[in-house]
Write a protein that binds this ligand. Structure first.
Ligand code: AMP
Ligand code: MG
Length: 297
């Protein structure tokens, strides 16, 4: 059911889960202060406990209870990219529930760039919020997707369509290294410009969640072909997932188009890679597409 801002806030305070908009994708939020509420996230999504959650904050003071330390380099990134689609991982305070961190001694945090959600978090305090989809399925970018994902059993605050459309960039700083766990709208170039003395290394997350090979799955098989010829040799059937030459716009359309196509009467969806450019945001898009297509033979 759709709820207004006040009801969304009350439900979160009471320990219920609520679908909330962010600029990346919709999240399934719960207060970080109630174990029962956090458990509901995992139960609702059928998400395994080894997949840690990202905490969403609305002001920097809230970090006091979350991170053990904020280094000058972390501060630079926060000032430059928050609110925005960058998640920072760092050592956690002992009081942070191990449900959030999957028993790791680090925790992931970001400040979402969505005015209404920042208001909600201001009233409720920090919330843990993974994407509001069943585990391994396509992430939602509009309120309707969230209602459908959980068969209308979860309350959702409708904050419009997500602007970025793919999940946040995830990084961890260590010494003069930036470990990049997940690609997103904040690119390596953006990070390098902000911290010129650092080197960037791509890494898989220890608990490997959004890192899992099969993720973002639509309800129909997705095939990726390098060229139209390759597709035609495979089959004359299927429906094409088309994006645009603009990476920002394509990221915004990606999940919505995948969801729309998979609800139609088609055997399979296909994507022709050679039609599109190769900049850094495209790399992030391709990463999602590859995982979304990983179950086809
Ligand atoms: P999402 O499901 O989009 O909310 O993404 C959460 C992802 O953040 C997880 O699947 C992990 O890949 C990553 N993550 C969260 N916490 C940590 C952590 N402490 N260390 C490494 N990766 C993390
Ligand atoms: Mg997710």
């Amino acid at each position: 059911m759709l709820v207004n801002l006040q009801i969304a806030t009350e439900k979160l305070k009471k320990g219920e889960v609520v679908g909330i908009p962010t600029e990346t994708v919709y999240g399934l939020a719960a207060t970080i202060y109630k174990e029962d509420a956090l458990k509901k996230i995992f139960q609702t999504k059928k998400r395994p406990n080894f997949d840690p959650l990202i905490i969403h904050i609305s002001n920097l003071d809230q970090l006091e209870d979350i991170f053990l330390e904020v280094t000058p380099a972390m501060k630079i990134l926060m000032e430059r990219f928050w609110p925005g689609p960058l998640t920072l991982i760092s050592k956690k305070k002992e009081t942070i529930s191990s449900l959030i961190t999957a028993e790791l001694d680090t925790v992931a945090v970001r400040m979402p760039d969505h005015e209404k959600t920042l208001k909600i978090i201001n009233k409720v305090g920090p919330v843990a919020a993974p994407s509001a989809n069943m585990f391994k399925k396509t992430s939602p970018t509009r309120a309707k997707h969230v209602l459908e994902n959980f068969e209308h059993k979860v309350s959702v605050y409708d904050g419009g369509d997500c602007d970025v459309g793919i999940e946040s960039t995830i990084i961890e700083l260590s010494g003069n290294k930036i470990y990049l766990y997940r690609k997103g709208k904040i690119t390596k170039e953006n990070l390098q410009t902000s911290l010129p003395g650092f080197t960037i290394e791509e890494k898989t997350s220890p608990a490997a969640p959004g890192q899992m090979k099969d993720h973002y799955q639509p309800n129909k098989p997705l095939y990726i072909f390098n060229s139209i010829e390759e597709k035609n040799n495979f089959s004359e059937h299927g429906i094409e997932l088309t994006l645009t030459q603009d990476s920002g716009l394509s990221a915004r359309m990606l999940y919505k188009n995948l969801i729309d196509l998979s609800q139609g009467p088609v055997e399979f969806i296909y994507f022709i890679r050679s039609k599109y450019p190769k900049d850094e945001l495209w790399e992030a898009i391709y990463e999602r597409l590859e995982k979304a297509s990983s179950q086809v033979p």
